[in-house]
Ligand binder design. Structure first.
Ligand code: ZN
Ligand code: ZN
Length: 410
């Protein structure tokens, strides 16, 4: 247990600056300024420069599942270089998902605090020494089924680290402890407010929790109900998932009989994957190779109605006619990657299913590097220690204060 308590080793010296941005419904936690350090890693023929200690959470790997908040340097100058001034902030929405969620999870999850993990964003600002210019971007973690505990449903690394970071920054703990969620202690947080009238910065240490947390509770029945509610309407046709959490491979191909013929019909009939796995593999916004869609057994060795991927993600399998999963155009061409003249999946129902069951869409407009005007970071040693004298024992000489006040980044 103490192995998972990272506080003493990794967090004791970090003081996070909290800036409230009610106009954007978010709390922003800025880490003190860093100078990007580079570590070179050879990957095949190419050399990648990894900027380490981005948020000082690298290098712990209890279950071969370390999370790396590192920015990989790629040619083209869209990442910080060694020696650049680096500012990292976690953003937590006070309502709704972050527009660029850092943790690439599907919307529907089986833990009651899933939605809170999707409120978290990670923003990086840096000043290029070479170009003497400021840049900004949001990061998104790699999607997939990397898990903290393969025997537990919904124990994805992306979820567990998100739940841990949420509690850490909000200076609180989850009352219902799950062994696969790391515990990181409580962040040292100093709230910074600008008093424009007096041209003064007021810094107040936060001794209290920023939120009261509940759960996390495992709620698979609720997850099934949410999956059944997913629907879109195109013209007078309502599309929804079929056979949610039903018997294994509840597929029939009646829909294809009047529409497809010859090789296309034969190909359609070869489908064995559940909706999640079929979408993940066939969609142009899926994240990789063909999933096995291997049927799971329970601990007594009995077959279940779920595949391994859906079990790990904490969602039910469902078995829906392909022409609906594939979006508009199903009357003329077979959807997916196989078949002569097959076509890309698209459309409202497809997009809804991808976000709900597979992963967050990549927000290219925010994860690409944007040049920005000098955000005018300030430093201050002016401290209002408050009445509680927290955080105890920390010597705060200077707090880097974000001057990111122009509101041009939404
Ligand atoms: Zn599957
Ligand atoms: Zn499945």
């Amino acid at each position: 247990m103490s192995d998972l308590n990272l506080e003493s080793e990794l967090f004791e010296k970090i003081v996070w600056t909290l800036i409230r941005r009610p106009q954007l419904n978010r709390l922003e936690f800025q880490r003190p300024v860093q100078v990007a350090k580079a570590e070179t890693e050879k990957k095949g023929a190419s050399v990648q420069v990894q900027l380490v200690q981005l948020v000082q959470m690298i290098g712990r790997d209890e279950h071969n599942n370390k999370i790396e908040f590192a920015v990989k340097h790629t040619p083209g100058g869209d990442c910080p270089e060694e020696g650049d001034e680096l500012h990292v902030s976690w953003e937590i929405m006070t309502q709704g998902s972050h527009p660029v969620p850092y943790f690439s999870l599907q919307d529907i999850g089986t833990w009651s605090n899933w939605e809170l993990v999707l409120r978290i964003g990670l923003k990086v600002l840096w000043k290029s020494v070479k170009m003497n210019m400021w840049h900004c971007k949001y990061l998104q973690s790699p999607p997939g089924t990397k898990t903290m505990d393969k025997r537990r449903s919904g124990a994805l690394a992306n979820y567990a680290w998100g739940a841990a970071i949420y509690a850490y920054l909000m200076r609180s703990t989850w009352p219902e402890v799950e062994s696969f969620v790391p515990r990181m202690g409580l962040a040292h947080v100093v709230e910074v407010r600008l008093n424009h009238f007096e041209q003064r910065v007021v810094c107040t240490p936060i001794p209290e929790p920023l939120a009261k947390l509940e759960g996390p509770r495992y709620q698979f029945r609720f997850t099934v109900a949410r999956a059944k509610e997913l629907r879109t309407t195109e013209g007078d046709v309502t599309q929804r998932l079929q056979n949610v959490d039903a018997s294994w491979q509840s597929l029939d191909f009646e829909w294809a009989l009047g529409k497809l013929s010859g090789a296309d019909l034969e190909i359609a009939k070869t489908r064995i994957h559940c909706d999640h796995c079929w979408l993940q593999w066939n969609s142009p916004i899926g994240y990789g190779g063909p999933p096995s869609c291997e049927r799971m057994k329970d601990k007594d060795g009995n077959e279940t109605n779920r595949c391994r991927e859906c079990f790990l993600k904490g969602i039910p399998c469902s078995w829906t006619r392909e022409d609906h999963l594939g979006g508009p155009g199903h009357l003329t061409k077979i959807p997916g990657r196989t078949g002569q003249g097959s076509r890309d999946l698209s459309g409202e129902f497809h997009n809804l299913l991808m976000k709900s069951l597979v992963t967050q869409p990549e927000q290219k407009n925010a994860t690409e590097t944007v040049p920005i005007p000098d955000p005018e970071f300030m430093k201050t040693s002016e401290m209002n220690q408050g009445t509680r004298g927290e955080p105890g024992g920390l010597e705060i000489e200077e707090v880097a204060v974000g001057g990111w006040m122009r509101g041009h980044w939404k």
